[in-house]
Design a protein around this ligand. Structure first.
Ligand code: PNS
Length: 165
């Protein structure tokens, strides 16, 4: 049987503990996980694509329970990237009803573009149901303890970056 490769796509600006939870749980279900960061020159991010790749790689390295996850970046359509890496599975986290509409659009669009792609949704651990990259950025830079929200290496980077701004 062929290895089942799943993609977890996103902006990850920056990765949060909610994302890590989804990655960790998916890595037990699929043979291989690719965390795929979108390169979107039209959008302004706090962290560069290189910084986001490095932050996720470091966070995953610190979690010794995971060894079947790799981190990549992609540009253009997700369905084309999926074809390139020979995957037909996308995994996304769902935190609350408020996520549903956007996620439904995303999945419906991907399905329209490529009917072979299946998207699986995993409910985010309730501990993280309020955590988003944006809300974390909102409280960063003021010395708050962010380690309940993001991996330790990310908390350090956030504090440094926002103090510089
Ligand atoms: O973390 P995000 O920003 O909610 O992730 C959104 C992402 C990157 C998964 C989505 O914007 C995406 O796949 N963009 C690539 C362009 C594409 O394929 N668009 C069609 C689906 S809407």
């Amino acid at each position: 049987m062929s290895r089942k490769v799943a993609i977890i796509p996103g902006s990850f600006d920056p990765i949060t503990n909610g994302h890590i939870d989804i990655i960790e749980r998916s890595s037990k279900i699929f043979d291989e996980i690719i965390v795929a960061i979108l390169i979107n020159p039209d959008k302004k991010y706090l962290f560069s694509i290189e910084e986001r790749v490095e932050m996720i790689e470091t966070a995953l390295k610190n979690l010794q329970s995971i060894n079947n996850v790799r981190v990549e970046s992609f540009s253009g359509l997700l369905v084309n990237y999926a074809k390139k890496v020979k995957s037909s599975v996308i995994v996304r986290g769902l935190r609350a009803v408020s996520d549903f509409e956007y996620e439904m659009q995303l999945t419906a669009m991907n399905k329209t573009l490529d009917d072979n792609i299946e998207t699986f949704y995993m409910m985010t651990n309730t501990k993280y149901s309020f955590v988003s990259s944006s809300i974390v950025k909102g409280v960063s830079g003021f010395g708050a303890d962010l380690t309940k929200l993001v991996p330790k290496n990310v908390a350090e980077k956030l504090e440094k970056k926002l103090k510089e701004e």
